[in-house]
Design a protein around this ligand. Structure first.
Ligand SMILES: [Zn+2]
Length: 340
């Protein structure tokens, strides 16, 4: 299933404005539905920064599908091509897939971005692979995780200055998942945010841009898995999460959540996008073992940590763009409330 509202988003008649915007240098006129308007009438823009193809579909993808359906411009930046990824789907574990993994993953990404309705920008770095063994082997020379974060930030700075996103999401300082490319994704994203706002850095790359709101993706936390586990047991079904919960170490992680986006009606699109990465996920595996209606009831949100906001907002939030939208005349002025 593709996102059925994507193609309609510019044709909504009620409550829209026509607004000229620059799309990578070309001036076009488009209608911006109210659900996607920034306070100045421009289309809201969301930039997700990820390490590999498939991360955009396994982390926050229902949030993405929701905002795309609302008419928000969503761009995914992917640092690496996933060239050192394993084949994780037994049905795709074939020599021709292994031999052509970079091209296979490129094609899978094309499918996933169609399903999600996003634009995607490959940033051109080489996957570091997930080192295994004791002791761990060194990372391959030239791989993304070995790069100087400031040097590696350059293409992302260019993208930020061109796109001027209202919201940028990335991973937390531990990567959200301990893959060296995910930890590096955090480092490089944070460097790029600072450099994009620095007038001394690459003045030829366009005017500076201070991203108004920055979030960490918080999908893998104990509360969610515990809720899904309990819901499965209540239905008499086998839960895939028992072992994971029993050995869960970081019990404080979940307290970082500031923002929960209700998006259960987009879980199916999220799963379709993930299945598009056929070499990376077993369609009969754990990712898909909890029925969508159980997920929608037990944990109907995707979760985020607001780490920077140039605007007043109120925690908890249920919208990544809280504070960025036009304020209706009868809404209270939030200026005096809690500023992060
Ligand atoms: Zn990844």
């Amino acid at each position: 299933m593709s996102n059925p509202r994507v193609r309609q988003r510019y044709f909504t008649s009620g409550g829209t404005v026509r607004y000229p915007v620059a799309l990578f240098g070309t001036m076009v006129t488009m209608s911006v539905p109210l659900t996607a308007q920034a306070a100045d009438g421009e289309q809201l823009r969301l930039l997700h920064v990820h390490a590999h193809p498939d991360d955009e579909s396994s982390k926050g993808a229902a949030t993405t599908a929701k905002y795309v359906a609302d008419g928000v411009r969503v761009v995914v930046a992917t640092f690496t091509g996933g060239e050192r990824g394993s084949v994780l789907n037994p049905k795709m574990d074939r020599p021709d897939v292994w031999e052509n993994i970079a091209e296979v993953r490129r094609q899978e990404m094309l499918k996933a971005r169609e399903v999600l309705g996003v634009e995607q920008v490959p940033l051109g770095f080489i996957d570091s692979g997930l080192p295994e063994g004791d002791p761990l082997p060194p990372l391959p020379e030239g791989s993304f995780a070995l790069m100087d974060p400031v040097e590696a930030a350059e293409p992302l700075v260019e993208l930020i200055r061109e796109l001027r996103p209202h919201v940028l999401t990335t991973y937390d300082e531990k990567g959200g998942y301990p893959h060296p490319d995910h930890i590096q994704c955090h480092r490089v994203s944070m460097a790029a945010l600072a450099l994009a706002a620095d007038p001394e850095y690459r003045p030829d790359a366009g005017p500076i841009w201070i991203v108004p709101k920055v979030y960490y993706q918080m999908g893998f936390h104990r509360l969610r898995y515990a809720a899904l586990d309990m819901a499965m047991h209540e239905l008499g079904m086998d839960s895939p999460y028992g072992e994971r919960l029993a050995t869960w170490e970081d019990l404080n992680y979940e307290h970082r959540i500031t923002t929960r986006i209700p998006c259960s009606e987009y879980f199916e699109i999220r799963d379709d996008a993930l299945r598009a990465h056929a070499s990376q996920v077993d369609p009969d595996g754990m990712w898909f073992s909890v029925p969508l209606e159980v997920q929608a009831r037990a944990w109907p949100t995707e979760d985020w940590q607001l780490v920077y906001s140039a605007l007043p907002t109120v925690i908890p939030e249920d919208d990544l763009f809280a504070g960025l939208r036009p304020v209706p005349p009868d809404e209270p002025d939030l200026t005096d409330l809690w500023v992060i």
